[in-house]
Design a protein around this ligand. Structure first.
Ligand code: NAG
Ligand code: NAG
Ligand code: NAG
Ligand code: NAG
Ligand code: CU
Length: 317
């Protein structure tokens, strides 16, 4: 017979796995300014000025390992880019606010960046590009991901384990992503992803929640004349395999270590440490931009054809 603690845990996991709603990206904050995500649930009103990619994950759900080579793994189910981009400077931190996080859903929190410059359709930044053309560089793997601690499972998790998702929950279901100081200016997609592992002992039991937002990165304090940090450029459809150690594992069967799936964090990336993962309240609405002629931006005006062109601080010519 399993000990009472394990019984409680297993029933919590069972509950969690049958819960109908999971989560989505509510908004991002950059220096206190708020930019909207996308709520995929039926009959939600989504701001036209949102920077979050839309998806057809109407149950707030996930992508399974069976679809790791399907374009749905790139920016969630039927992911599609909005017109708006959130302006950010290289070296800034982006506060990614999840709508919540379900009990017992333990795992890593991963962040990737893909430049849109130079791709077919990039006259409008990341809005007009084909998502399968995006090439990604990992900038945060939420290392150490799994720590062994004394006591009961945290947030309905496994006794003795503390996961990156517990750090996310403690920060009001949020995560800080640092935009590398050496990143070349231009339009980028940020792909922020959690992988829930409570069912990962079963083949195809892992749950990936890949959420994308559009960014317009301006030069940071460090001059990136040299072209910026070197990007690794992986295809998201090649990140993971169904039998990777980090997605096909039984978290309750005496786990001794955890192997983060996907590429390693790029040289030049500076993940934000756990101690600096904190809740953050929005102060004001940010003004997102729309990219025109590849290198210029205008403030988002709610769908009307932009007339006044404002020279972006980034000019590649
Ligand atoms: C969404 O709205 C449609 C039309 O107004 C309605 O038929 C449907 O029941 C609504 N769905 C939900 C989940 O509220
Ligand atoms: C894989 O993705 C397709 C297209 O979105 C979907 O119809 C199918 O149910 C998915 N398969 C699994 C196992 O989730
Ligand atoms: C916590 O997150 C919610 C969104 O899920 C947000 O509305 C709220 O302002 C946040 N609270 C704090 C204290 O950060
Ligand atoms: C995971 O391991 C636990 C403990 O050994 C066991 O009870 C459970 O059945 C395993 N789950 C799977 C899906 O293998
Ligand atoms: Cu779930």
């Amino acid at each position: 017979m399993p000990p009472p603690l394990l019984t409680t845990l297993l029933s919590l996991l069972a509950l969690a796995s049958t819960a109908l709603t999971h989560s989505h990206l509510a908004h991002i904050l950059i220096n206190g300014q708020l930019y909207h995500g996308f709520d995929p649930r039926p009959n939600q009103t989504n701001a036209p000025s949102r920077v979050g990619w839309s998806s057809a994950a109407v149950d707030d759900g996930f992508v399974t390992p069976a679809n790791y080579s399907h374009p749905d793994i790139i920016c969630h189910i039927a992911g599609a880019s909005p017109p708006a981009h959130a302006p950010v400077r290289a070296g800034d931190r982006i506060h990614v606010q999840w709508n919540g996080w379900p009990v017992g859903h333990i795992g890593p929190v991963l962040s990737y960046l893909a430049p849109c410059s130079g791709l077919v359709g990039s006259e409008t930044g990341c809005t007009g590009v084909d998502k399968t053309d995006l090439r990604w560089t990992k900038v945060d793997d939420s290392s150490p991901v799994l720590e062994f601690v004394k006591g009961a499972g945290i947030n309905g998790g496994v006794p003795g384990q503390r996961w990156a998702t517990d750090v996310l929950i403690a920060a009001n279901n949020s995560w800080q992503v640092a935009i590398p100081e050496g990143l070349a200016p231009g339009p980028y997609v940020l792909r922020h992803e959690t992988i829930a592992l409570h069912y990962a002992g079963k083949k195809d039991g892992a749950q990936n929640y890949p959420l994308c937002v559009n960014l317009w990165v301006e030069g940071g304090d460090v001059d990136s004349e040299a072209g910026g940090m070197e990007m690794d450029g992986f295809e998201a459809t090649g990140f993971y395999k169904e039998d990777d150690k980090g997605v096909f594992l039984n978290v309750t069967a005496g786990l001794k270590s955890y192997v983060v799936p996907g590429p390693t964090v790029a040289v030049g990336a500076t993940p934000v440490p756990y101690a600096a993962q904190v809740a953050s309240l929005s102060r004001v609405e940010g003004t997102p931009v729309v990219v025109t002629r590849s290198t210029e931006t205008v403030p988002f005006t709610g769908g009307a054809t932009p007339t006044a062109r404002i020279r972006g601080r980034y000019d590649r010519s």
